[in-house]
Design a protein around this ligand. Sequence first.
Ligand code: KG4
Ligand code: ZN
Length: 364
Amino acid sequence: MSAPLTLLGIESSCDDTAAAVVRLAGDRGLILSSVVAGQTALHAAYGGVVPEIAARAHAERVDLCIEEALDKAGLGLADLSGIAVTAGPGLIGGVLAGVMCAKGIAAVTGLPLVGVNHLAGHALTPRLTDGLRFPYLILLVSGGHCQFLIVEDAVSFTRLGGTIDDAPGEAFDKTAKLLGLPQPGGPAVESEARTGDPARFHFPRPLLDRDGCDMSFSGLKTALLRARDQAVAERGGLAIQDRADLCAGFQAAVRDVLVAKSRRAIARYLELAPAEPAFAVAGGVAANSAVRAALETLCTREGVRFLAPPLPLCTDNAAMIAWAGIERLERGLTDGLDLSARPRWPLDDRAAPLLGAGKKGAKA
Ligand code: KG4
Ligand code: ZN
């Protein structure tokens, strides 16, 4: 009997350098190791990810992450079945650092090389963790992405809609910045919102009047700025309660938009009459308990199973890349040493391009 597929995954498309080893175990994956070296501190002074700084940090750290991932898994290169690497979409300097490193290892060892779409990595995570059956619906919601995808197969995705401007995580980060809260903004805003009154300030629910699953979050930032200035004008400064009320109002608006659009996406997905209907979320914003609870309630009402991978697998990591690589390798899909790094790479190339790029660079 041949050994189960065991892949090294490499991720460097944004501001996390990551390496992981994942083994196929039945209908899901066994994560033997997963190492993530974040770059938050390197970019902190600039209010966003600086592509050149990110690319250099990836180039400096990627081999160290790989060494650590192999060590933790207790394996050497000879024990692997292949190398999976994020080949896009993302910041091109970072993607190149990972792709060049993967090519070097593949050239030296003769192992199969598998180029993986970063978004496919996120979208396939519920199969890595739970062996979820196709077709399922997923909402990718982070600082760089926001889209609904029907996952029909590991290599076939239909995008039902997405943000036409900012990603929700980006809106959380900007909100935190406008209110003097630390980055990343999501957890800080969520924590303030706990003691706030969501009804005190009026925030719009953008695009709910428009059919379909597209979303817009950039207007919320303007609404927040206006409400903050109004509060400051009324009291001559921003009181602690004002800040909490602003956070609660903003978070409720994001939650309501995500829930309303998810309801529509679920209706379209259910038209396929899936045998085991399931809705999964992934991405940093899926960590928000208000958003998560509201989506879970929606799914219960719609009779759809709700899945949210554990947080370290919701945010950027290499285990999801190794897993997506396993799915491709199982289907005989490998790449040559001419694999190119792609800044833009939509998962569903039949869908019209979304306008938004996201603070962390052009996505899809
Ligand atoms: O998936 P992720 O780690 O990276 C990418 O953007 O690809 O997501 C990070 C984003 C940040 O914008 C962060 O503010 C947001 O996810 N986030 C949250 C929460 N935790 C992280 N947003 C809302 N509530 C949270 N608890
Ligand atoms: Zn990501």
